[in-house]
Design a protein around this ligand. Sequence first.
Ligand code: ADE
Length: 416
Amino acid sequence: MPPGRRSALQDLVTGGDERIAWAERQMPVLRAISERFAAERPLAGLRIAACLHITAETANLVRALRAGGAELALCAANPLSTQEDVAAALGATLGVEVYAIRGEDRAAYARNLETLVAGAPGVLVDDGAELIVTAHAAGAAQGVLGATEETTTGLVRLRAMAAEGELRCPVLAANEMLTERLFNDRYGTGQSALDGILRATNLLFAGRSVVVIGYGAAGRGIAARAKGAGAVVTVCEVDPVRALEARMEGYAVLDSLTAAARGEVFIAVTGAPNVLRREHFERMADGAVLANAGHFDVEISLDDLLALAVAPPRAVLPLVDEYELAGGRRLHLVAKGRVVNLAAAAGHPAAVMDMSFSAQALAVAYLVRSAGTLTAGVHAAPHSLDEEVARLKLASLGVQIDTLSEEQTRYLHSFR
Ligand code: ADE
């Protein structure tokens, strides 16, 4: 290379470094924890395997864990969510082992999980439970101190394993920590799922009929943000209490087949497979847009779409495939049905990942502190970790709160 010319790789690394630094500015809690970790080294000598979305926010978590003394290997929680500049910067600038290439096929994705497990990690940090499941398949789960799991979907799977007596290590339910649960899904997925759909399609949401299927924490966030953007929002939900809550919140609540005929944009966020399938596609209007905001790409039946299509799908925009059905109706699938906030946008904003990943970092340190005392199974993380994250976040926002007086505390704890 002629002197003075930079390689494409150097440019990629520089771009990644900038993106990581940009995210870091929005992550004051993780910065504070990182500083404490650097002083106390609670993770000294620990090898961590992490299966996470390879984003600028994840890079900041990696830095915090390394500040605590850990060594890390990383693979991607989704083949389409890897930010290549960040992956390059993690390797080149931070010297982290990264096994992830954006767009890798399923075989490469599975190999990367196996490589991480083969490195004999002491702690697993997971997003979707694939790493924990791979460690079990390789007979390596007994050897780990424990694991943390970031998603609702992953915890469903791990609890099913525990119920069958198959879970062989302690798992902390990071997804259920309040500083994750209350903010990540609602505000993080809520904003970034719409961001992904808008980036991919540039649709106007105002006045549009948007159907949100699933009214869990993420569905609530998506519905609220779509309403805020002026959409006419319908919610579909199988849980009667949640469905009632959606109705009281002012949404139309319909069964999904009725909604299929009325909607223009459909966002599935249930965790369940085949939520949108043949019978829905048959009722949808020409031009309907389909997106999945759930962790796995199982919610929109690609098999049914392909079976109904009269021609192979056509990429009409970089992240939109058009399926033409008999009679000329066209359905538009965003990001191949993969988790839209990461596949078509940059994932949850750093300010919300600040809390989720701070909670994760504290959960890893807790696993190390509790080595040998936690049984195999899914455990709640102690509330004190949530309080630490919330206090630091409030301080970073310049928010002061009151404390109870002694008299108030006594009153609140007495039964007379
Ligand atoms: N999951 C959702 N958004 C994310 C992000 N920005 N980084 C890592 N994991 C995520």
